[in-house]
Design a protein around this ligand. Sequence first.
Ligand code: ATP
Length: 447
Amino acid sequence: MTDNETPVDAASSDELMEKIVNLSKRRGFVFQSAEIYGGTRSTYDYGPIGVLLLRNVKDAWWRSMVQMRHDVVGLDAAIMGPPAVFEASGHLANFSDPLVECRECNSRHRVDQLEVENVCPSCDSKDSFTESREFNLMFKTQAGPVEGSGHEVYLRPETAQGMFTNFMNVQMTTRKKPPFGIAQIGKSFRNEITPRNWVFRTREFEQMEMEYFVPPEEAPKWYEFWRNERFEWYLDLGIPESMLCMRDHDEDELSHYSSGTADVEFLFPWGWGELEGIANRGDFDLQQHAKHSGARIEFFDQATDSRYVPHVIEPAAGATRAMMAFLIAAYHEETVNDETRTVLRLDPRLAPYQVAILPLSKKEDLIGPCERILADLQPHMMADYDITQAIGKRYRRQDEIGTPFCVTVDFETLEDQAVTVRDRDTMEQERVPIDGLLAYLLPKIGK
Ligand code: ATP
């Protein structure tokens, strides 16, 4: 909870989440994992539509953080790591949350997330909790062919350590000089005590992180830069300003090595929640790995003939959590001709499909032009193709998954070589020649 939290009506907040979860299941955004076996708690699979949305979120991040910058390079590091890495990073000693167990029903809870102090949320018992103890969130497993004799490995709880341990490899191979960054998107794992709120907090999730290495004296300047840059990224992709805020951590919230941390927060149906943290981490990470590994980790500045350990500014975002925020912000219901129209007003760059091709009838004559249009558009965008049901129903189905444009091929098309393009948001229709369709759509979908 933060100071600027707007109280949300609990019933309507539950109702909105239920609608989004149902829509996601019905249309193939997100499924409960292993559902046919009863489902695995807090584990989700991204379906045919969800995988497109999630991929677009990650692509938009990569585009703005790597493609559009000359000072950031990418990395895809291993998910499994040896204990030494996490000893150095401090995760083995400190990456924990306070856990209590209810003596009445044996359920376990994270103390700092209890809605009512000393009341068990599972059985409502009062004062039934055990002493709080620190529970480490790392997943540990064995690598090696013989059970029990292999060596221990951990699943990474964040992608960041791969960027620190590869600092020298990346710096030497790319010849980048600070300020420069290493960016990575990938899965992370945390044995969360209370996973909840759909894909907001899960045990397996995807992150988008960047470590920006800077000369120590430039750290405050770059911290400000990335704080603003990252906030703007969400606005640019369509999150309304009223649903977004930047929250600076108080002194007592900061980790001992951080001289500044701010969270980008989103107004979820239940209140404000973190989307991303931006932290000024000093030289803590590189110093720790240098100390524990014995490797020399520093930058040699030829211009001044001196060596220094760069400081790090880290914008760390959740891809799956961001996807959920984009879905919530885009969800709208409106009344059209006495019927409720559900529409996802997703930015066209994030929409699973940018266009849907809809022949007015299944008749052979219309299928040929549709296939030619698909072949024209598919190299440039995701195009859906739907030939069954009444056209009105098909428009509604596309509205529900956020497709910004529907292209209808009708019998007139055979005469005038033109199609009707329907705009998702205004529902206005425009006749466009097939030859000019690609050029008409590209600027509208941000290409
Ligand atoms: P929280 O306080 O919510 O547990 P955190 O501050 O520990 O999060 P970070 O370590 O800063 O989170 O991770 C960066 C981002 O990764 C978060 O802002 C969030 O978007 C995402 N993230 C972290 N934990 C989870 C999770 N269990 N499920 C989904 N996304 C997560």
